[in-house]
Design a protein around this ligand. Structure first.
Ligand code: GRF
Length: 203
């Protein structure tokens, strides 16, 4: 399968996927990296790995619809089977999300359904949670609300800060995302009408 990664920032998850995709038996290929931030380090990572990249800067467009149409056109040039959102910080329109239903994954730094949106680490700390983590889910129209495929937990220690917690969660992200992308490429996970199917069985 052809994988296209969308990122906005430093791209550490992209890096984890690049490294996984170099394993001899990896069942997919990262064909392109798309980015909405011209200076993002994710672009540098793509270049270093000899992966094609493109920028669609949201600031060049007057509306979300126009931005998404342009992003869609760039994506379609690469004919991907899977779109992986890896720290992609733009909300996509309903039409865009529907066009890639069952073929788009997102990583979110909380144990969904807890803490959709931003500042998840700080919110988990403020709530006094003893356990926090990361979720990978299929993207649907609902922001951070699509069916969850896999989660990894971290324990929150007494002296935890949002920064230390982010670091712990990110270490888990870099392990979990390549595993889930591999499952997708092997045809093991699908988005059914009722939710995620793993090896054909509801999760
Ligand atoms: C990750 O923490 C991810 O969960 C969130 O954005 C961050 C992206 O980091 N959605 P990176 O660009 O992969 O380093």
């Amino acid at each position: 399968p052809r994988i296209l990664v969308l990122a906005s920032g430093s791209g550490t998850n992209l890096q984890a996927l690049i490294e996984a995709s170099r394993e001899r038996d990896f069942p997919g290929q990262i064909v392109a990296v798309g980015c909405n931030q011209p200076g993002a380090f994710a672009l540098e990572r793509a270049a270093q790995a000899n992966i094609e990249s493109f920028v669609v800067n949201h600031k060049d467009f007057g509306s979300r619809e126009e931005f998404d149409a342009s992003l869609m056109a760039e994506i379609l040039r690469h004919n991907p089977d899977l779109i992986v959102l890896a720290g992609f910080m733009r909300i996509l329109t309903t039409d865009f999300v529907r066009a890639f239903r069952g073929r788009m994954l997102n990583i979110h730094p909380s144990l969904l359904p807890k803490y959709t949106g931003l500042n998840t680490h700080r919110r988990a700390l403020e709530a006094g949670d003893r356990v926090h983590g990361v979720s990978i889910h299929f993207v649907t129209e609902e922001l951070d609300g699509g069916p969850v495929i896999a989660q990894a937990e971290v324990s929150v220690s007494q002296d935890e800060t949002p920064e230390s917690l982010a670091e712990k969660v990110q270490a888990e992200e870099h392990i979990l995302y390549p595993i889930v992308v591999r499952w997708f490429c092997e045809g093991r996970i699908q988005l059914g009408s009722e939710g995620v199917l793993f090896d054909g069985q509801p999760l």
